[in-house]
Design a protein around this ligand. Structure first.
Ligand code: PHE
Length: 379
């Protein structure tokens, strides 16, 4: 009985707090921007790194006087790495926090869960790093500042053929991920076109931790390389189990490998693997160097590609906001769409008719906790 009373009190406190905060007057001296990202969960470095990049850009804009005299307020909400949460926090950011735009997500599947909401409510959404083509196809309020997977798949297929001289490749992909499924398909199409053979095409589920059955089947086909376009947590485990089973073929992947945790999880097993990415800390581009310097000064660590892409997405949003005498959703949408030759940390960004960015990709090799730049491939 006593327990129930306590619960009731807590519940009413929580709901009255929610009510008051819901009624808070909008401060007209601020422009509110939302970020929805995986701050916790199995790919938490994606959300955290992106948030670091976004915050750097926003703090920098505010230090320089903000936008037409107004400060930008960033509200970050955690998707916990779940699609349902992505949809729900984006709804909250738009309806309760009255954001002018949303930045996010990293994972294509979660961007796909949120995009129809942003589109329906006509609030511009910019994903820093979701690469599946379907994301921006949702509608004219959905943008990205990165390349898309038909290009990324081509980059790695060419790399397999030209650099690794591989003719037989196996695939190991995640079925519940639009990113992993799409990137595999694009890789396969290009690799076959270049004369290669796919000797195995295996898959796993989102929460899987044991990949031995798939790897055993792959091993029996003797591939010269294995393409594993998943996210770092599972890729780390896959690499370990592959080596335990005696598989020596090099592993390849896409941007989903980009995390300081990859080497922590995979150890020696991920060393020597190759993946395509949006940016490399070996970049000599002035905009990239300026970004890296500022990032290190603020966070005392080296930025990954997610931080760079988050920074670029926020910078492009700020630049678009600055062109507007009055911020309306449609004017902001149009201003973002006009982005041309923006000198981003991840390269020069022009948003095309399909609201995607046409940009180069880099291929890096995992070498312990750092990744070594191997080559850059233009679109
Ligand atoms: N491109 C991945 C996706 O669309 C997300 C990602 C981007 C992961 C960059 C890591 C680095 O799902």
């Amino acid at each position: 009985m006593q327990m129930n009373w306590k619960k009731l009190i807590v519940a009413s406190l929580v709901s009255s707090f929610a009510l008051t905060s819901g009624c808070t007057k909008k401060n007209s001296n601020e422009i509110v921007v939302g970020h929805f990202g995986s701050m916790t969960g199995s790919d938490a470095t994606f959300g955290q790194s992106t948030d670091d990049g976004i915050r750097l850009a926003i703090d920098q804009a505010n230090a320089a006087g903000g936008v037409n005299g107004k400060k930008i307020k960033l509200i970050t909400m955690d998707t916990q790495g779940k699609s349902e949460e992505a949809a729900s926090v984006v709804t909250r950011l738009i309806e309760q926090e009255k954001v002018v735009a949303v930045l996010g997500e990293v994972a294509s599947t979660r961007s796909l869960a949120a995009a129809p909401i942003a589109q329906a409510k006509k609030i511009p959404m910019i994903t820093p790093s979701s690469t599946n083509p379907k994301v921006t196809e949702v509608g004219d309020y959905v943008f990205r500042v990165c390349f898309i997977d038909p290009f990324q798949g081509t980059v790695m297929a060419k790399f397999a053929v030209e650099n690794l001289k591989a003719k037989k490749v196996a695939i190991l992909r995640e079925v519940s991920s639009d990113y992993s499924m799409g990137l595999s398909d694009f890789f396969i199409a290009k690799f076959k076109e270049l004369g290669g053979e796919i000797v195995a095409d295996a898959s796993y589920q989102n929460q899987d931790k044991d990949f031995k059955a798939q790897l055993t089947q792959i091993k029996s086909k003797n591939p010269e390389a294995i393409f594993v376009p998943g996210y770092y947590t599972q890729v780390g485990l896959i690499a370990r189990q592959a080596r335990e089973l005696g598989i020596k073929a090099p592993l390849m992947g896409g941007d989903g490998w980009d995390s300081s945790k990859l080497f922590e999880i995979g150890g020696e097993a991920v060393n020597g693997g190759y993946f395509s990415n949006h940016y490399s800390t070996d970049s000599t581009d002035p905009a990239a160097i300026e970004f890296m310097t500022k990032f290190k000064a603020k966070y005392n660590k080296s930025p990954d590609g997610l931080s760079a892409a988050g920074y670029d997405a926020a910078q492009i949003l700020v630049a678009a906001l600055k062109t507007l005498p009055e911020i309306t959703p449609s004017a902001l949408r149009d201003a973002i769409a006009k982005t041309t030759n923006f000198p981003g940390a991840t390269g020069n960004i022009t948003i095309n008719e399909q609201r995607n960015a046409t940009k180069s990709a880099v291929v890096v090799q995992v070498q312990g906790p750092t990744n070594k730049f191997i080559t850059s491939i233009a679109p």
